[in-house]
Design a protein around this ligand. Sequence first.
Ligand SMILES: [Zn+2]
Length: 144
Amino acid sequence: MSGPTTVTRDTVFLDRQCHLVTGVWSYTAADPLAVALVLHPFGGSARRCWSWARGLLAEAFLAPCGEADVHLYRSALGRLVVQLSAPDGDCQLSCLADPVWEFLVSTFVMCSPCRGGRCSSCPECVLVRRALDAELATILRRVV
Ligand SMILES: [Zn+2]
């Protein structure tokens, strides 16, 4: 094995009352189909850890999506909205979508989507293709 086996991305969220909530997106090759979000709701040492399918996070960049207690969508203002339901209450958080996108791409670099397979239908593959197209477009613009 070479290269990192975990990627993280510190993120500042806003809740519905516009309080700042710090969090960390985390991905590990040991659990390649999942992403984790660790939140520090009161700015202190208390933390809540959420984990869900990486494909779900990918899907959020294509269309609103959700499963059970996690719902995600990208707002028109370029923010990723995360709605979480827990027995002790619900919360809605939002953060800038672009850094989460970069985090997601870095997880694809570490562990390709579809366990290395190629398909045309799942959100992860669609996103990877889109990211590659965007990168290619940037390179072509530099050349022309
Ligand atoms: Zn796929």
